[in-house]
Design a protein around this ligand. Structure first.
Ligand SMILES: [Zn+2]
Length: 140
């Protein structure tokens, strides 16, 4: 049973690959949120051996599930209400990524026009390949 004490309303990201919690913290910009964030590293897991867990106080609106799906769609998202798991969300690879990854092609228009958003689309779901919407450069 997942221990969620200390957070009455919030979100628990479970089954994070051990060692990946800080990457997720940065990608989701959790440091910029004005709420309690708890990171548990190397928790024991029957399924994974070791895993990381992130607990975030507050609403799900603060979390970009597309970004999370891009990083690792095997993460379990638990919504906590009144100290209990009220809902579980499954993640998917997002079809579009906006301002998450950047195009590295020096000839891409996003390298020249700095104000353009960086937009990538999912080109190959099985191999998790994303390409730049402007120049089709593959993101690796
Ligand atoms: Zn590009």
């Amino acid at each position: 049973m997942l221990n969620i004490s200390g957070i009455r309303e919030g979100v628990v990201l479970d089954h994070i690959q051990a060692g990946k919690s800080m990457d997720i913290y940065r990608y989701l910009r959790l440091g910029e949120l004005d709420c309690t964030v708890a990171i548990i590293k190397n928790a024991k897991s029957n399924k994974m051996g070791r895993k990381d867990i992130i607990k975030i106080e507050g609403s799900l609106d603060a979390i970009d599930l597309d970004v999370l799906g891009y990083i690792d769609h095997n993460i379990t998202v638990n919504i906590i209400r009144d100290d209990k798991i009220a809902e579980k969300r499954t993640l998917h690879l997002p079809k579009i990524l906006k301002n998450v990854i950047h195009c590295k092609n020096p000839r891409c228009i996003t390298s020249i026009e700095q104000e353009l958003p960086h937009i990538f689309y999912l080109d190959d779901k099985d191999h998790e390949v994303y390409r730049c919407r402007y120049c089709d450069e593959k993101h690796s």
